[in-house]
Design a protein around this ligand. Sequence first.
Ligand code: UD1
Length: 422
Amino acid sequence: MDKIIIEGGGHLKGTVEVSGAKNAALPILAATLLTEEKCVIKNVPMLRDVHTMIKILRSLDVKVQAEQNRVIVEPKKSGQYEASYKFVSTMRASVCLLGPLLAKKKKARVSMPGGCVIGQRPVDLHIKGLKALGASIKIEHGYIAATAKRLVGKNIFLGGAYGSSVLATANVLMAAVLAKGRTLIENAACEPEIVDLADFLVKMGAKIKGQGTPLIDIEGVKRLSGATHSVISDRIEAGTYVLAAAITDGDLLIEKANIEHLSALIDKLEQVGVSVVKKGTGIHVRRKAKILKSVDVTTMPYPGFPTDMQAQMMALASVSDGISVLTEKIFPDRFMHVSELNRMGADIFLEGASAIVKGTRKLSGAPVMASDLRASAALILAGLVAKGKTEISRVYHLDRGYEKIEEKLRNIGAKIKRVKEE
Ligand code: UD1
């Protein structure tokens, strides 16, 4: 297993380029199953989760070529309709194969994703939506087994205890594009990754309106053709580099970052004392204030503050002045990074689904353990600003979501390296 070693204390300066969005690329790759024609997907980040999705597609008899950041997919008629536990256990996003498999092959067997370290991850909304379209679904032997002679459009309210669901919206959308008649998804997720998926489906010939709003209107078509598409840039990766500039009192140009996708984060950073402005095809980040102010943040579905930035924001709050409160409204148990940040000198305690962060203005390097993808990013940010050496183990989580992160950080002045753990 690898670990990352950071010598903290420097200011990050220069230009860093954002990769394609993992959370857009994964459902888009799944959507290629909806056609028998060739699809070319560009700007795909070469990450562990993307490789897992490619392995699943290959296990479904699909020909996939991946070179640099381009993936060429040539699906064909095949009897395979199962995504096995071997893959799904390592990547929950594989649940979004249900919709396309059901629409195209009339049958799907996808392993139940199970819980994960950021908390419970139920699939009731996925099942509700697909059942509404006419699928019959059973949970058997740890698998979601779905069949449908034909899917028929319906009005579906897709909201749960925590609001909309990104992957349930993706699943129902991908099933509805080939269903007979019209589907209205109410309380649909508005995330940019859903818009990107819908845009790809439209290029394939799907009839979709309202993507990016809570009401998506789909008129089913008989068949979809192949298409070429370039994945949007990763707003969470971009946001992480924004915070890297902020936390190290650096000055960064973040190329290919889409400022419109980062409004909630930028609004909070304005309050903290960080300037984020559009510059060319990217954004420019630097501090306005020498000492950062505290901030209260509540995670929400898009366009609210993303849960995938909560851990990184907590690293920033740890070194600001005053008390910040970070509240989770999406995954109330997503606080595994708190104890690790505290090991680096942060002063954070949990009160229900809120973390109370007393800014200490300085952290000290320590050996810490990454528990999940975004927690790993938070520990890297903390390591960049901490005095001395931080050693982060279990960094395989990081490889699920950040393309070439050490190389990108090194190029802007970070003292960071990856070593093999004895
Ligand atoms: C996606 C993202 C993940 C992000 C999350 C929330 C991908 C591959 N992953 O995950 O990075 O953290 O959105 O922005 O795109 N829920 C239910 N029932 C369901 C499904 C979800 O109650 O059937 C709940 C969840 O437990 C959670 C909330 O709805 O509380 C939102 O989760 P959801 O949007 O579904 O997350 P994912 O799509 O799995």
